[in-house]
Write a protein that binds this ligand. Sequence first.
Ligand SMILES: *Cc1c(COP(=O)(O)O)cnc(C)c1O
Length: 478
Amino acid sequence: MDEPMEKNASALMRLIPPVDDILRTKTAAEIASESGLNQITNLIRSVAEEFRNELIGNTNESADSTQMTREAVLAEIEKRLTTKWKSETRNRMQKVINTTGVIIHTNLGRAPLSPATKTAIFDTAAGYCNLEYDLATGQRGKRGKFAESLLGEVCGAEDAVIVNNCAAAAFFVLSVFGRGGDVIISRGELVEIGGDFRVPDVLEQSCAVLREVGTTNRTKIGDYEKAISENTKLILRVHPSNYKITGFTETPRLRDIAELAHRNGLIIYEDAGSGALIDLAEFGLSDEPLISRSIAEGADIVSFSGDKLMGGIQAGLIAGRKDLIGQLRKHPLYRALRPGKLTYAAIEATLASYARGTAIEEIPVLKMFAATHEQIEQRTHRMLESIRSTLDPNSRLNVEMIEGNSVIGGGAAPGVEPKTLLISLSHNGHSADELAAQLRESQPPIVARIEDDKVVIDLRTVFAEDETALLNAVAALA
Ligand SMILES: *Cc1c(COP(=O)(O)O)cnc(C)c1O
């Protein structure tokens, strides 16, 4: 009795058009213009195969599939191609709207760039530029010279050099100046910053011998002093960044450690991590080392990230004594760690805002710290009103304004959580996870936070120009 069914199945198979026919459809042509012929052909094969298997599985019961026309089959295949291509390209790099209130969100690319910085990347650096060319002499010039001299100036340092990120900076400095000798560090600073950056591991890779001193919560200048021997090369100070010890604690002042280092002919190096270029105490970030202060207090070298508190692009910024920076630049490792033209252009433009004294007005990360409660309140009220007036009166979406906190993020200033106002969303028919997933499907995708089973939106990290897209996406949750 199997006979007719098999016939049925093979008749159905013949309904599936050959790959070349599917390739000629409008849908396939559109996808191919993005994907290229190879990918679309593979995609068609896998969709056709999937469909074929379903038809075979369905022959005994599904009357529908036995009555499908060739046209209907083709339409179904086109639909599936579109869905599959969308899901395969879902995680392409793309713009997202950050409603999490986490200002330096490492998963979302850390600092958003200032308008001047974007212009520098597109207009200055994207084509040919004078990266390593001296326009005055017409000869080869020094790579990133202007950005590095601006960096030195803003940090109050004699000289500066830029590498790919702050982890590279720490590895570089320790490899060049700590190799084969002892590096002294307080036990309270042997931290993991996140993303597998652990201070002891970096020291090991730099072929320096770790000499821990003091205890987790208290280290005195005498502890450093006792540890100094003829093998000592460097004293390292690390800003613990995302980790804070409170209570019965003590760390010597940088000034005193620097004085001790210099008395013994040693280098004092500070890995400042986030590194503030201006005093951010008025925004509650009083524990962040101010780079110019570290230099003034005697640090020979200071390094920090370009895309944390500074608000620029990923880079490791190293400032300090001219002779030491010169040694770094001449070292063979430098060639492996130096950044590309986009980085120099971006860092130069970001630093220029600091040099002009307009950083707070121009750099998004700083603007977000500096946003006042009144400003946030006004924006949140306006957004709430717009959402309410757009929503269908029968909508099952509940929208409310509640108090909450924003987060600095990026491993900077743990415990500093500026007060903010949140728009809280809940739905009678959908869970918070479902709402958040739906928001991620908007164009551009919206990344939101879930708190107490509600989706919450913090406008502090949303750009004014993205408010309409946000409004439309929230209204579509109805
Ligand atoms: C963040 C951080 C780093 C790593 O910086 P990247 O720019 O992410 O490489 C290193 N050291 C400290 C103290 C940090 O806070």
